[in-house]
Write a protein that binds this ligand. Structure first.
Ligand SMILES: Nc1ncnc2c1ncn2[C@@H]1O[C@H](COP(=O)(O)OP(=O)(O)OP(=O)(O)O)[C@@H](O)[C@H]1O
Ligand SMILES: [Mg+2]
Length: 241
C-alpha cells in the first residue's frame, strides 16, 4: 500500500534521509520510532508530497508521489488522512466546524452531509457531547481525539500520524493508542505512526522500526525490536528522546 524505495533528503549540508526503504502492507500499521531530529516528520512529509525528496521513489497504492504531477498528488491526498504533530485544529472554529470545513473545503462534500459525518465521527471518538466546543475548551486528550476525528471524517484508506500521544499523561496516551488501533481495525486503515512513545507503538503497530542515520535500522514486531542486540535499537529503548 505504501512503498518507499531508497529515499534521500538533505537540507544544505545536513543529510537527513540516506536511502530509507520501507514497505507497509494494506491494513498494516507501522511505527517509525527514533530520537528527535532523525527525520521522522520529514519522512511523513515526503509521503504526502509536502516535501520533495532528492532521490528515491514513493508509491501510495501504486501511484508514484511526484510533486510535479498535480493530478496524482491530488488523488494520493484524497486517500490519506494526516495528523500533524501539533494537532492543528483551527482555534476559531468549534470542533464540529473543524470537521465540516475539512470536508466541504478539501473534499467537496455538501454541508448537510458534512455536518452529519462530523457528528458521527466525533461521537465515534467519544466526543459526542462536546461537538460544539471550541478547541481551547478541550483537554489535551480531547484535542487529540478531535484531531483523530478530523482525520477519520474523510474516510481515508491511509492515516499518517506525527506523535499522536505527545504531551499526554500515560493513561490518556494509552486511551488514544487504543482508539487508533480500534479505528484501524474497524475501517481497515493502513497506518504509519511516528512516535517516541514505546507504549503507544506497542499498542498501535503490527511492526515497527527505528530511524537512525537516515535509514530504518531494524524492522520487526515491537517484541522483536525490544529483544534485538542491535546497539542503535537498544539505545533507543534505553533512552527514546
Ligand atoms: N524545511 C526544513 N528546512 C531545513 N531543515 C529541516 C526542514 N525540515 C526539517 N529539517 C531538519 O531535518 C532534521 C529532521 O527533522 P524532522 O522534523 O524530520 O525530525 P523528527 O525526527 O521529526 O524530530 P522530532 O522527534 O523532534 O519531531 C532536523 O535536523 C531538522 O532541523
Ligand atoms: Mg517530528
Amino acid at each position: 500500500m505504501i512503498e518507499i524505495r531508497n529515499l534521500y533528503k538533505t537540507f544544505g549540508s545536513l543529510k537527513v534521509l540516506d536511502g530509507l526503504t520501507l514497505t507497509v502492507k494494506k491494513g498494516e500499521t507501522f511505527s517509525v520510532l527514533g530520537k528527535s531530529g532523525t527525520g521522522k516528520s520529514v519522512t511523513l512529509k515526503c509521503i504526502v508530497g509536502l516535501l520533495a525528496a532528492d532521490a528515491g521513489d514513493i508509491f501510495v497504492d501504486s501511484v508514484r508521489v511526484d510533486l510535479r504531477d498535480r493530478k496524482s498528488l491530488f488523488s494520493i491526498r484524497q486517500m490519506i488522512g494526516f495528523l500533524f504533530q501539533s494537532g492543528a485544529l483551527y482555534d476559531s472554529m468549534s470542533i464540529r466546524d473543524n470537521l465540516i470545513f475539512n470536508l466541504t473545503r478539501h473534499h467537496k462534500v455538501r454541508h448537510n452531509e458534512a455536518d452529519e459525518k462530523a457528528v458521527h465521527y466525533l461521537t465515534l471518538v467519544g466526543l459526542g457531547r462536546s461537538v460544539d466546543k471550541m478547541p481551547s475548551e478541550l483537554s489535551g486528550g480531547m484535542r487529540k481525539r478531535a484531531a483523530l476525528a478530523r482525520a477519520l471524517v474523510i474516510e481515508p484508506r491511509i492515516l499518517l500520524y506525527d506523535e499522536p500521544t505527545t504531551g499526554l499523561d500515560p493513561i490518556t496516551s494509552a486511551e488514544i493508542s487504543d482508539l487508533i488501533r480500534e479505528m484501524h481495525s474497524k475501517f481497515g486503515i493502513t497506518g504509519i505512526v511516528v512516535t517516541h512513545d514505546i507504549l503507544c507503538a506497542g499498542i498501535v503497530s503490527d511492526r515497527a522500526g527505528v530511524l537512525k542515520d537516515g535509514v530504518l535500522k531494524y524492522t520487526g514486531t515491537l517484541n522483536e525490536l525490544a529483544e534485538t542486540r542491535d546497539e542503535d535499537v537498544k539505545g533507543f529503548f534505553r533512552n527514546p528522546l
